[in-house]
Write a protein that binds this ligand. Structure first.
Ligand code: SAM
Length: 246
């Protein structure tokens, strides 16, 4: 397939994008100008070069946006936007423990799953679960501010998420999938309760370093929970466990 490569100043590209939105792949920058590729020629602009590139749709997609122009964010339709209002509760997507939970959630969630998010904070994991096609989603937290912010963020993303002030020991229901981004000291106390709340699998995040990871894996073993996947980013770990029946 053909890629048309252009060189433009940030301002020129900004005003072009403001007048017509199109997907582009930023290839580099040179003396304050942007080198970018598009797969349809831009009318009225002469390309630097036209090149043949392999038709690899995956990497082709990965190169796109989002592109920001003042308060506008332009993104291709295969991105999934998630709105999180800055507040006091934890969970903006910047911390590795949240990112690992999101990655694991993406891999484990099946359409229609019921999901329990323990320690929901801003509600980011609960909201994403719903956006990814979950059925019933409940977010719980011990902090009332987090419960309020979880509700606000669910509204902002126009998804239905139940948010409740509660600890795992206070719940009687079960869910297909459980996600808990907490910390080791909380897992020491809560794991026996968490175990009773999910049917298929659970994602446990908030673990720092190999020593904590080993202790969590030992705690899981004591609860007959089988760890089948470990995620790592910057020495933070998340573990996916099944209840041994699946
Ligand atoms: C690290 S934040 C995670 C926030 C969000 N889920 C994320 O992944 O970014 C942990 C949250 O767990 C809550 N929490 C701490 N102990 C808890 C417990 N025993 N039961 C429920 N929530 C708890 C805290 O109030 C905090 O909001």
């Amino acid at each position: 397939m053909r890629r048309y490569v252009y060189l433009m100043s940030e301002e020129e590209l900004g005003s072009l994008l403001a007048s017509r939105s199109f997907p582009l792949e930023v290839l580099g920058r040179e003396k304050g100008k942007v080198i970018f590729g598009v797969y349809e020629p831009l009318k009225g602009y002469r390309p630097l070069r036209v090149e043949e590139v392999p038709e690899d749709w995956r990497s082709w997609r990965e190169g796109f946006g989002p592109v920001e122009v003042e308060d506008l964010v332009i993104m291709p339709p295969w991105k999934l936007p998630v709105f999180i209002k800055p507040g006091t509760a934890f969970g903006t997507g910047l911390h590795p423990t949240t990112r690992l939970s999101l990655k694991a959630l993406r891999e484990s969630l099946r359409r229609g799953d019921s999901v329990l998010d323990v320690g929901t904070g801003s509600g980011i994991l609960a909201v994403v679960a719903k956006l990814l096609g979950a059925g019933r989603v409940l977010g719980i937290d011990v902090c009332p501010d987090a419960v309020r912010e979880c509700r606000e963020n669910a509204e902002l993303n126009r998804v239905e998420v139940e948010c409740r002030e509660a600890k795992p020991s206070q719940l009687k229901e079960t869910f297909d999938l459980l996600v808990a981004n907490l910390e080791l000291s909380i897992f020491r106390e809560e794991l026996p309760f968490l175990k009773r709340l999910f049917r298929r699998e659970a994602i446990l995040s908030g673990i720092y370093g190999k020593e904590e990871l080993e202790e969590l894996l030992e705690l899981c073993k004591q609860q007959d929970l089988e760890a089948d996947r470990i995620y790592e980013e910057e020495n933070w770990f998340a573990v996916r466990v099944g209840d041994g029946r699946t």
